[in-house]
Write a protein that binds this ligand. Structure first.
Ligand SMILES: Nc1nc2c(c(=O)[nH]1)N[C@H]1C(S)=C(S)[C@@H](COP(=O)(O)O)O[C@H]1N2
Ligand SMILES: [Mo]
Length: 226
């Protein structure tokens, strides 16, 4: 696939994210992940996943700071099938849902338009390039949404909630650094800044942030049983 506007190709898939999450090295546990609708019940996501077919896909990944990696091989479940199963179980409730909030084991959160998550290439993935997704890339389960910038591809998912609208007001920092939709094809890098300005601000952050994430991961190895 040709690179989207403003992206460059990286040969290796780095551990990456917002700097404050670099040393938060916690994975989620598949059986603990909850899914629900705002006012309704929560259920264990695993019971929904266990009834679905497993799927695989090869797709590219684009971080808003400008790096992309191509041809990652993911395995897991189609997100749209998870939503359909939830609707079957809950009747009318999810009909009003417009957004989905993901909360992650490291404290990261993001809110995504449901419409963007119903695309055929959106997955909940538990395997990457033939291995379980570990600490590096968002184990036990992460979102893979190739059409949305990396910051919408929530790692270490702990809960998923379908909601009528976003639960929080967006802070100024969030509005500067992220766009509520984040569609790569529309270069939705920032809610407030034009994309070319956002490119210019983001580019110098790539190396230092990648180093922080690599260091965070190395430190997590210390004391781990061998
Ligand atoms: N839980 C969690 N998910 C996250 C992040 C994070 O810091 N924590 N960072 C986001 C950003 S900005 C990017 S680019 C991708 C990076 O995914 P990777 O570490 O697999 O490269 O994860 C996204 N999902
Ligand atoms: Mo990112």
């Amino acid at each position: 696939m040709p690179l989207p506007p403003g992206q460059f190709e990286m040969s290796r898939f780095p551990r990456f994210g917002l700097p404050e999450y670099a040393s938060r090295t916690v994975v989620s546990l598949r059986d603990d992940i909850r899914i629900g609708i705002s006012a309704g019940h929560e259920t264990a996501l695993a019971t929904i996943l266990d009834a679905l077919d497993r799927v695989e896909q090869v797709s590219d990944f684009h971080c808003v700071t400008g790096w992309s990696v191509s041809a990652l091989h993911w395995e897991g479940y189609r997100f749209a099938e998870v939503v359909d199963a939830l609707r079957d179980g809950h009747g009318a409730g999810p009909e009003r849902a417009r957004v989905v909030e993901f909360r992650c084991a490291d404290g990261y959160r993001t809110v995504i338009a449901l419409e963007d998550l119903m695309q055929a290439d959106v997955m909940l993935a538990d395997r990457l390039n033939c291995d379980a997704i570990g600490l590096t890339h968002g184990g036990a389960l992460r979102l893979v949404a190739p059409g949305l910038y990396g910051y919408q591809n929530a790692k270490h998912i702990r809960s998923i909630h379908l909601r009528a609208k976003a639960p929080h007001r967006r802070s100024l920092r969030t509005r500067l650094l992220r766009h509520p939709r984040a569609r790569v094809a529309h270069e939705e890098r920032s809610e407030l800044l034009p994309p070319v300005i956002a490119r210019w601000i983001y580019r110098p952050l790539i190396r230092p942030v990648a180093s922080r994430f690599a260091r965070g991961e190395r430190n997590a190895d210390i004391g781990r049983p061998t």
